[in-house]
Write a protein that binds this ligand. Structure first.
Ligand code: PLP
Length: 395
């Protein structure tokens, strides 16, 4: 049954046919000019997606988690202090990695559903007059709770007290779906992956590194080998990889970038905002709250919907899959069983999202949720119908 329907997990996302075909290539010699001719422009074009002119994009075979590790091990030394807020499963896992790598971690504990608190980051940084915090870590889009945070506000908090720490942002579930401005926000390493906004298969960490972070890589003391940015950038400068590159993914990434630029990056963000708003209107029509605490935190790539007291969101997700062959995101960690997630990022249209809403409604009705069939779909339809022309005119 799976494979027939679009997926509504918040990544990996649906792969457009154009990208599937682009990835379906016979082996090419990765030291031959054909590969180099594709690879160098891919790296250059990635800068436009990160919104940086000076950052250095780097690709590692791996996934977003490998990108986290690359960011930490290339720039920090054992015992270095990092500052990070925990407000969902992915910030939690990044904290866990920091601890396992032997870093000293100052954690700002937040409720799941809150955003990264720029004021508390600011207070911690202002009181660190010895500048012992070497890196500030922020999850831009917390995929577990459907919360987007204001990275610019964190940068302003750092600047307000003149703190020189590096700033790392996890944009795994936002890059290419929600506006991200590496240069404007003074981000030193942005971490993303191939399987979300880029609409590719899983298998690549896609990161971008500032000059300041590259300089830190020269003296950082944490052990690193496969994820050594110095080896990678040296080889990239000659057009290649220090080891065998994931050729098919890089071919797919070329196509992905072409698709994003054809639609227009800002139009991609606008499409995500519009699709997300339809989903939020559907949740409101079902009478359900979102996990995200307030509208400015609403993510345009994933919505975590809180199920009514006494219902089990995991059972709902399993039922939707078993009965209708459609995948939605399960609640993770502290919100397991309490929320289900609708991923609405990557290659999606109004009609695709409506099919997801109609299906989860059937699953809810089957399990006696207090909803009216069609209510969420109708709310989303009304939103899509009345905003369609505006979106087309602006495209
Ligand atoms: N960070 C965020 C915000 C994520 O959503 C994910 C995965 O969903 C990760 C990190 C981990 O990335 P990966 O699963 O690609 O290793």
């Amino acid at each position: 049954m799976s494979g027939q329907n679009p997926v509504f997990i918040p990544g990996p996302t649906n792969i457009p046919d154009r990208i599937r075909h682009a990835m379906n290539v016979q082996t090419l010699d990765h030291r031959a000019p054909d590969f180099i001719d594709v690879f160098a422009p891919v790296l250059a074009d990635l800068r436009k997606v990160f919104k940086t002119t000076s950052g250095t994009p780097v690709l590692f075979a791996g996934s977003g988690t490998g990108g986290w590790e690359a960011a930490l091990t290339n720039t920090l030394s054992p015992g270095d202090k990092v500052l990070i807020a925990r407000f969902g499963m992915f910030s939690h896992r990044w904290i866990d990695m920091c601890e396992r790598l032997g870093l000293e971690v100052e954690v700002i504990e937040c409720e799941w559903g809150a955003g990264a608190p720029a004021d508390l980051y600011g207070e911690a940084l202002a009181s660190d007059t010895a500048h012992s915090i070497r890196a500030v870590l922020v999850t831009h889009n917390e995929t577990a709770t459907g919360v987007v945070s204001d990275i610019g506000a964190i940068r302003r908090a750092m600047d307000a007290c003149g703190h020189p720490a590096l700033l790392f942002a996890d944009a795994v579930s936002s890059l290419g779906s929600i506006d991200f401005r590496m240069e404007e926000w003074g981000v030193d390493i942005c971490v993303a992956g191939s399987q979300k906004g880029f609409m590719l298969s899983t298998g690549m960490a896609i990161i971008c590194v500032s000059a300041k972070a590259l300089a830190a890589a020269e003296t950082a003391g944490l052990p690193r080998c496969y994820f050594d940015i110095r080896e990678m950038t040296k080889a990239n400068a000659k057009g290649g990889f220090p080891y065998t590159p994931p050729l098919n993914l890089i071919m797919g990434l070329r196509e992905s970038l072409d698709m994003i630029f054809e639609e227009g990056l800002e139009n991609v963000f606008a499409r995500h905002a519009r699709l997300a708003e339809g989903v939020r209107k559907a949740a409101a029509a079902w009478g359900m709250e979102l996990c995200a605490h307030s509208p400015e935190l609403y993510s345009n790539s994933v919505t975590a919907v809180v199920v009514p007291e006494g219902f089990d969101a995991t059972r709902l997700i399993n039922h939707a899959y078993d009965t209708y062959g459609m995948s939605f995101g399960v609640g993770l960690g502290e919100v397991a069983g309490k929320v289900f997630r609708i991923g609405h990022l990557g290659s999606l249209t109004d009609a695709m999202v409506l099919s997801g809403l109609a299906t989860i409604e059937m699953a809810m009705k089957d399990l006696n949720y207090p909803i009216t069939l069609g209510s969420g779909v109708a709310a989303a339809q009304e939103h899509y119908r009345t905003t369609a022309n505006t979106a087309r005119a602006e495209a």
